[in-house]
Design a binder for this molecule. Structure first.
Ligand SMILES: [Zn+2]
Length: 547
């Protein structure tokens, strides 16, 4: 009865669709309805145990959320442009929810395909550059600040390219953020946090973040952390030069943080264990003073766009890394939310049943942690005199770096197991790692993490580490997976050390592709309505904090 009724309703609906135009303000390019696109994101409440927070910390959180909201507004301008004009064109709350998740009218989970017919393609340089700018034109521009992380490229009245620093381009907003951060500093009980917030307030006014990055690394005893500012360059898919604004508001998990820091004493030995010639590992492993586990209670800007970041490795400033090391931050509540809502249902759909008992949150959390540790290992710069790895590999850098971090992370877990420092067994580690490939591929081929996982999927298929049976279930061949992890780690580390742009391009061309079988698997997961990612319900009310 129910199915007959559904068919009947379907006929009515499809009849309506063919006989008249959609009554919405916008027509969809894809067949997916808005609600299906929204179902890709499982809503998760961002919470933490607030009973351990002091009254001042709760007030501090309220102010920092205001700053985060400003980062969100700035990121909208970087990714798209004028948000309000776009929203005025939309009639449905669901359309608004959708473009809020994607920060624009393009589907970040589907290669930035436009949601609406009248929307043109997304400019690769987002809104950091004029949409009509040619690469030749950019190359001719004499201003050396044009490749700076913290500048926009615009046209002046004569239509010539001109460089505008962020603190001028977003003057009003960064001033407001700066005032709020100064106010927040007064509520910070931890001296390290206070100093960091004060310096960050200053940095927004002149785009010099180094002093505040150094202060962030000096912060050791804080319970609250606030990662804020223009940080990652993923959004600039034209050159990878421009940093996007974002914010994470974090509450430390003291017990886990202490436990994980014990791993850091092993870094020099881990660097030496990498499967490449000595000349690729001459660099001292990036000195790491800190490995933190946090609950994230608020996301804003770049880190909230499309697929959500669940681990952070900062600062990006190489100078600060050399002097103070870097901090790896694991967002444990977000990781658990992704594992429960996405990883487990995907694995049930895609892995042969005998592998399912080996899919564990412990393994997922450990793999994620070692992904971050692996970011700090390998060559620090190219050994071929091509400058930094980022400069040499340009737009392929983030994909290669993320791919390296994934695979070298698991490689390191293998080494630590061999010397008895980690209890996690091989089956758990690899099973969870392989299931993770399918989770990440769904981020889409426009995303560095998505591309990195496509490369690994195809590489693992080619090397026989995984195989697909006629029913579409994947089997993991643990010995071959071990070999493939080893070989792919070596390949990516060497590629980075050589700074070989050509090889990076060929690697992506060969492996970052979706085969018809893989496409069918992804569609099978979609039909099961497994969410692609999570989205957040966040704020003071969710946390249970009164304003
Ligand atoms: Zn990473």
């Amino acid at each position: 009865m129910k199915s007959l009724l559904s068919i009947f309703l379907l006929l009515i609906v499809s009849g309506t669709l063919t006989s008249c135009k959609l009554k919405t303000s916008n027509e969809y390019v894809a067949n997916d309805t808005i609600s299906m696109k929204l179902n890709d994101f499982a809503p998760v409440e961002l919470k933490t145990d607030i009973s351990k927070l002091t009254a001042k910390e709760k007030q501090l959180i309220a102010i920092l959320i205001e700053v985060a909201d400003i980062m969100d507004e700035i990121f909208w301008m970087e990714a798209y442009g004028d948000k309000d004009t776009l929203i005025k064109k939309l009639r449905h709350d669901d359309e608004i929810r959708l473009i809020n998740i994607h920060y624009g009218p393009w589907d970040r989970m589907a290669g930035n395909a436009p949601f609406f017919r009248e929307t043109g393609p997304k400019p690769p340089g987002a809104n950091f550059y004029p949409a009509d700018m040619t690469i030749e034109e950019f190359e001719k521009l004499g201003d050396t600040r044009k490749t700076n992380l913290y500048t926009l490229i615009r046209r002046n009245e004569q239509a010539e390219l001109t460089v505008i620093p962020y603190h001028q381009a977003f003057r009003e907003k960064v001033q407001q953020a700066s005032i709020l951060l100064t106010k927040a500093a007064m509520y910070a009980e931890d001296p390290g946090l206070r100093r960091y917030l004060e310096l960050r307030a200053k940095a927004f006014m002149d785009d010099d973040y180094r002093a505040s990055d150094l202060a962030w690394m000096d912060m050791k005893t804080n319970t609250i952390d606030f990662v804020v500012g223009p940080i990652e360059t993923y959004e600039d898919q034209l050159f990878g030069y421009k940093a996007s604004h974002e914010a994470y508001l974090l509450v430390k998990d003291t017990l886990w943080s202490r436990r994980l820091n014990q791993c850091l004493t092993l870094l020099p030995a881990l660097q030496q264990s990498l499967p490449v010639d000595n000349r690729y590992k001459l660099a001292l492993p990036v000195k790491s003073s800190d490995l933190g586990v946090y609950d994230v209670i608020y996301y804003a800007g770049e880190c909230k766009a499309g697929s959500k970041t669940i681990a952070i490795n900062l600062p990006n400033d190489k100078y600060v890394q050399q002097v103070k090391g870097s901090r790896r931050v694991q967002l444990k509540n977000a990781i658990q939310a992704k594992f429960d809502n996405i990883m487990v249902p995907i694995a049930r759909e895609i892995l042969a049943p005998e592998h399912l008992p080996d899919l564990t949150f412990d393994a997922f959390f450990t793999n994620t942690m070692f992904h971050e540790i692996a970011h700090g290992l390998g060559p620090a710069n190219t050994i071929s005199g091509n400058g930094s790895i980022r400069e040499a590999l340009m737009e392929y850098h983030t994909t290669i770096e993320e791919g390296k971090a994934d695979v070298v992370g698991v490689y390191l877990i293998d080494r630590l197991r061999e010397i008895g420092k980690i209890e996690l067994n091989t089956r758990e580690s690899y099973t969870t790692f392989v299931a993770g490939i399918f989770r990440s591929i769904r981020f889409g081929a426009s995303n560095a993490h998505g591309k990195a996982n496509l490369i690994r999927y195809n590489y693992f298929m080619e090397s026989g580490a995984i195989s697909r049976d006629s029913l579409g279930f994947y089997h993991i061949h643990y010995e071959k997976t071990k070999e493939a992890v080893h070989k792919l780690s070596a390949l990516l580390l060497k590629l980075q050390g050589d700074g070989n742009y050509q090889q990076a391009e060929e690697l992506l061309k060969k492996y970052a592709t979706i085969s018809p079988l893989l496409k069918a698997d992804l569609e099978r997961i979609s039909r099961k309505n497994v969410p692609v990612d999570i989205c957040f319900e966040q704020g003071l009310a969710i946390l249970g904090i009164n304003k």
